[in-house]
Design a protein around this ligand. Structure first.
Ligand SMILES: [Zn+2]
Length: 468
């Protein structure tokens, strides 16, 4: 335990004693303490990074000794932790709640723009402030709070309840979530369902819908980056041939922009439209209700804005461009990197085939970027019994919200569990308003006091409904 942490732990204990009359205040203080520990997701972990994760473990051990004692040893999962609360009926598949302890760093240049310092855990303006307040320490801590509360009430779950807390989600989860999933696989375990971040209670996000919408996602997009490497005749720029690498690359890019991957309506997106239709203007309702007839029109409509376009197709974003060394030298090659986010059903191979076919030029080499790629995991069942229980829990805690399905546009740790679960869902019970997107991985990340307490309530309710 580092000195800095020892002091923080002492403060935490003291404040818990002082606030003994208010469990809510104590929970908020624990979230604040969690935010103050700089568990930055990075690979490899620096010595400070390793110390931070040890401090985080010590915080959990101090705050929730009973939960901490439920750990499964997973030695090769580094700082990721798997908590196992055994159920009365070993025949029942477990519930696995996911969350990640790591956070993205704060750029030095932006730290001063925060209203309250990013690792202060400040409890002001009726909120708790800092990196991780939403993504994703609130989920980590709220799940621990819920488990701890149920344990102390003497609740005994019917089916096992597992918490799987990763330490490297922000750098792809391969040393954390992937190892925890492999551990479950080795034990021959299959979750009834996993629940991770990705959906939320959106407020004012969907145009024309005033009511809050709780989005329970049933899948996530895949990820791949593709490099185009165009070759051409190099030499002096005073006598250029038309066969230049840069023009060749430009032609390839123009062709690709004109021929995006085909769009289509996948079931969870159709389900989302169905759920929202009653709140929409008459014309939109008609398009959705009669989509056997109007699907092309509906797809064209959704394709108009970047967020809804991402729901109906594999997107392509040119992100890197490299060529040339000097203004009077023609380069022999020119490269571009395109980042694709795969709609479930489209495979990495499909993207490569599409790119090669559209470019149709042997002098543009097409290759996968090696760092990171992942297929979209299979979609989960939006009508399963598990989904119904999840819907009921969301409805109980957020009675004001419509409930809709959908897919997560980013990647999450949940994909690593695809082979060790019946279904995987995505919902973190916090509010996602118009300013939230700028806070996650941005500045002024914070969570409202009542909002956080409701998160704890949600996980408690869910565990009771799933395992009661
Ligand atoms: Zn996250």
């Amino acid at each position: 335990m580092s000195k800095r942490f020892a002091a923080a732990a002492a403060m935490l204990m003291l404040s818990c004693v002082l606030n003994a009359e208010s469990p809510a205040q104590a929970a908020l203080q624990r979230l604040s303490a969690a935010i103050q520990i700089k568990t930055i997701g990075e690979r490899p972990l620096s010595p400070e990074g390793e110390a931070a994760f040890r401090d985080f473990h010590a915080l959990v051990q101090t705050a929730f000794p009973q939960v901490w004692s439920l750990r499964d040893e997973v030695p090769d999962a580094a700082y990721s932790v798997l908590y196992r609360w055994p159920g009365r009926d070993p025949e029942l598949a477990p519930l696995v709640l996911l969350a990640h302890m790591d956070v993205v760093p704060v750029e030095a240049s932006s730290a001063s723009r925060w209203r309250h310092p990013p690792f202060s855990g400040a409890r002001v303006e009726d909120a708790v402030w800092g990196r991780g307040a939403l993504d994703n320490k609130a989920s980590v801590m709220a799940q621990l709070e819920a488990l701890n509360a149920l344990l102390s009430e003497g609740f005994v779950p019917r089916r096992s309840v597992l918490l799987a807390h990763g330490h490297d989600e922000e750098v792809d989860g391969r040393d954390g979530a992937a190892r925890l999933a492999a551990h479950l696989e080795a034990r021959g375990e299959k979750a009834w369902f996993t629940l991770d971040e990705g959906g939320a209670v959106t407020r004012g996000i969907i145009k024309g819908i005033d009511k809050p919408v709780a989005t329970i996602m049933v899948g996530e997009k895949g990820y791949v980056s593709v490099r185009l490497s165009a070759s051409g005749t190099g030499g002096h720029s005073s006598t250029p041939s038309q066969d230049t690498a840069i023009f060749r690359l430009a032609e390839a890019l123009t062709a690709l922009q004109a021929a995006p991957m085909p769009r289509r309506l996948i079931p969870p997106v159709a389900g989302m439209l169905d759920a929202l239709a009653p709140e929409m203007p008459w014309a939109a309702q008609l398009l959705i209700r009669q989509r056997w007839l109007f699907e092309p029109l509906l797809l064209a409509q959704l394709d108009k804005s970047p967020t809804t376009a991402a729901l109906v197709r594999t997107t392509m974003a040119p992100t890197l461009l490299q060529a040339g060394i000097k203004d009077n030298v023609l380069p022999n090659s020119a490269d571009a990197v395109l980042n694709f986010r795969l709609l479930p059903g489209d495979r990495i191979e499909d993207v490569l085939e599409h790119v090669v076919q559209v470019i149709d030029d042997e002098r543009v080499a097409v290759s996968l970027e090696p760092e990171f790629s992942t297929q979209a995991p299979p979609l989960s069942d939006a009508d399963s019994e598990a989904m119904q229980v999840l819907r009921d829990a969301v409805g109980e805690v957020f009675p004001e919200a419509l409930i809709a399905t959908g897919i997560v546009l980013a990647t999450t740790d949940n994909r690593h569990y695809a082979s060790v679960r019946e279904n995987g869902y995505y919902f973190a019970p916090f509010n996602y308003g118009t300013t939230t997107a700028a806070q996650i991985h941005g500045i002024d990340e914070h969570i409202g006091t009542q909002e956080y307490l409701r998160m704890i309530e949600f996980y408690r309710t869910l565990i009771r409904r799933v395992a009661g």
